[in-house]
Design a binder for this molecule. Structure first.
Ligand code: G3H
Ligand code: 13P
Ligand code: ZN
Length: 311
């Protein structure tokens, strides 16, 4: 099956009260782990590539591998640019086989975010590609940009209608208290999300797909495994799964996960190495890593996203 845009995925997800998972990919094993889980559950899936991933693996390899996964699985798979930093990067992805791009102007003054996002939307729509914009800013680290907790700011529901109608974006990422990376809440802190903001956004934009970034849950067993086998991860608290499920039942149609995959992969490799110190064939440790990714994604599809059998 050729790559698809997220248009129908989001229409179905909105109506069905579920969300589609958007997982960051950097190499073949990650792509295979994710798409094997999607295949097992007959689920649509979004594979997303950050600017850093493009630099690491190169555009051509990633596009070719994602296309191979779509052909092999026969599933609806969208290839999405995550946190597109500028028009040029979005254009390169639109011209180079992506079906969806995010332009992240969330750090810009409002009018500049509107102008940049509209420029990307005009180009993308003329080339059959969809666009995700962002209003509000999450805390955490993406590529080289580190947004401190003090600089993060929640989305203002009074801006969303104006932003969406003036830019023409197809989906909107909002900030309601999630954040990027493994350390979302401090030890002892009670995780909280601003569902009141999500509800207000939903009322301003009925039927419009909302995106949640920074949505890893940080599996405590994986953190324990990493530390048991030589790692030094500080206590990490993620977004509780029941909160993500609730968001998915509301207007949230796309849930972004990267850190959970990184943590599962690292735990599997550390465990493998500790039990098999003599191994030096990368296939020996990448096999359990790929299996662990499949397990994480499978669990998300079943318990958080609710997108089983929606392909
Ligand atoms: O939100 C950012 C994603 O986790 C991608 O991370 O920029 O290190 O590839 P990255
Ligand atoms: P996590 O760091 O919570 O996995 O978020 C990933 C993300 O939002 C990618 O855009
Ligand atoms: Zn993100």
């Amino acid at each position: 099956m050729p790559l698809v845009t997220t248009k129908k995925m989001f229409e179905d997800a909105y109506k069905g009260g579920y969300a589609v998972g958007a997982f960051n990919v950097n190499n073949m094993e990650i792509i295979q782990g994710i798409t094997r889980a999607a295949k097992k559950h007959n689920s649509p899936v979004i594979l997303q590539v950050s600017a850093g991933a493009r630099k690491y693996a190169s555009h051509g390899y990633l596009v070719a591998m994602v296309k191979a996964a779509a052909e092999e699985t026969g599933l609806p798979i969208a290839l999405h640019l995550d946190h597109g930093p500028d028009f040029e990067t979005c254009k390169a992805c639109i011209d180079g086989g992506f079906t969806s791009v995010m332009i992240d102007g969330s750090h810009l003054p409002y009018e500049e975010n509107v102008a940049l996002t509209k420029q990307v939307v005009d180009y993308a729509h003329a080339h059959g590609c969809v666009v995700e914009g962002e209003l509000g800013q999450l805390a955490g680290i993406e590529d080289d940009v580190n947004v401190s907790e003090e600089d993060a700011n929640f989305t203002d529901p009074d801006q969303v209608y104006d932003f969406v109608t003036r830019t023409g974006v197809d989906s909107l990422a909002i900030a309601i208290g999630t954040s990027h990376g493994a350390y979302k809440f401090k030890p002892g802190q009670k995780p909280q999300l601003r569902f009141d903001i999500l509800k207000a956004v939903e009322e301003k934009l009925p039927g419009f797909p909302i995106v949640l970034h920074g949505a890893s849950s940080v599996n405590q067993d994986d953190v324990k495994t990493i530390n048991e086998f030589g790692g030094e991860m500080p206590d990490a608290i993620g977004i509780p799964e029941e909160m993500l499920r609730e968001a998915a039942s509301m207007a949230v149609c796309k849930i972004n996960v990267d850190s959970d995959i990184r943590i599962a992969m690292t735990a599997a490799i550390r465990k493998h190495y500790s039990e098999n110190p003599k191994h030096f064939d990368p296939r020996q440790y990448l096999t359990p890593a790929r299996d662990a990714i499949e397990g994480v994604v499978s669990h998300k599809i079943e318990t958080v996203l609710g997108c089983s059998d929606k392909a």
